[in-house]
Design a protein around this ligand. Sequence first.
Ligand SMILES: Nc1nc2c(ncn2[C@@H]2O[C@H](COP(=O)(O)OP(=O)(O)OP(=O)(O)O)[C@@H](O)[C@H]2O)c(=O)[nH]1
Ligand SMILES: C[S@@+](CC[C@H](N)C(=O)[O-])C[C@H]1O[C@@H](n2cnc3c(N)ncnc32)[C@H](O)[C@@H]1O
Ligand code: SF4
Ligand code: SF4
Length: 321
Amino acid sequence: MLVDRFKRHVTYLRVSVTERCNFRCRYCMAEKPFSWVPKENLLSYEELFAFIKIGIDNGIQKIRLTGGEPTTRENLDELIAMIHSYAPDVDIGLTTNGYLLPSLAHKLKKAGLRRVNISLDSLDRNTLHYIAQKDVLPEILQGIEAAVEAGLSVKINSVILRNINENEVVSLFNYAQSIHAQIRYIEYMENSHATNTLQGLRSDEIIDILGKSIPFIPIEKELGGPANLYETADGYRFGTIEPHRHDFCSTCDRLRLSAEGDLIGCLYFEGAKSIKEAIREGNDAETKAILNDVVYNKPEKNMWGVENFEVSSRAFYRTGG
Ligand SMILES: Nc1nc2c(ncn2[C@@H]2O[C@H](COP(=O)(O)OP(=O)(O)OP(=O)(O)O)[C@@H](O)[C@H]2O)c(=O)[nH]1
Ligand SMILES: C[S@@+](CC[C@H](N)C(=O)[O-])C[C@H]1O[C@@H](n2cnc3c(N)ncnc32)[C@H](O)[C@@H]1O
Ligand code: SF4
Ligand code: SF4
């Protein structure tokens, strides 16, 4: 069992398989980094799997592959198949921008992927082009369709930005509901890699906008999950992810592994410890000791709160969001 000093149980591992991305979203990787991590510094799939096995043996029940853009790393289905055949009950998910899903969705499902969370910030081609700094709407919509057809459980993630896509809160809701996918509105998390003029909408503003045309009630949050959930009269569920509220952190159950082998206790903070050497030496006892140490010292909460607000310097594309 992995338990931190605040008695939170860590059961969810987010694995970033690459920091690279085919988009340049203004809230995440507004500009191409000065240099990418050289390929030899990345953990191979075998090395990532060696760590994941230790995680599973110590209580990890849910794994999410993310990035950068995870689908840009070749043969992602091989890593999924390795995890799935080792632990068929472990819930394997993917967070993706969806651009490459038209050709990959079936293969990933066949390998053992259950769930896919797809980022979609706008249904207006020009607005999305502005946010992602690439003309991507048709491919993302095809990617979502391919994921649904492949039988994957789909969620939509939308970051709502003032004066950019705030007029699309309702249309994104209607679209997600029409494909039976849960939409989660994510508050923009201020970080130094984003365009510095961006301002996010807070969840109470988003809920106000929705409430003007759609009746719904708050329902109980999933244990450990980041989203506050709501339900409409016809049973459609949607959520808001509100990192600016600290109660979100008090039930945090997650740990992050970067593509380079850094184990990260919290999305907000720079703190991390590398498991690369221990994994490359096949030293399971040392890997386990680093894992326990990072879990034990997991920060209590982020600093995006109202009273203690500071912009994070951690890059989402390196940490995996
Ligand atoms: N601050 C903070 N944000 C998080 C955390 N986990 C996820 N998020 C943000 O929530 C958004 C959605 O995350 P996803 O990658 O879809 O993962 P998830 O919400 O855990 O997915 P489910 O397994 O479907 O609940 C992303 O923008 C993440 O950056 C977290 O631990 N802390
Ligand atoms: C870093 S991305 C990696 C996976 C994939 N490339 C994608 O976009 O879904 C993971 C999630 O982080 C979210 N994200 C990135 N930067 C963010 C920020 N500054 N604030 C809030 N969410 C952010 C994205 O919208 C996405 O849902
Ligand atoms: S949010 Fe995802 S798609 Fe957008 S730049 Fe970051 S990693 Fe790439
Ligand atoms: S900000 Fe840090 S402590 Fe809070 S939920 Fe996210 S990872 Fe957990």
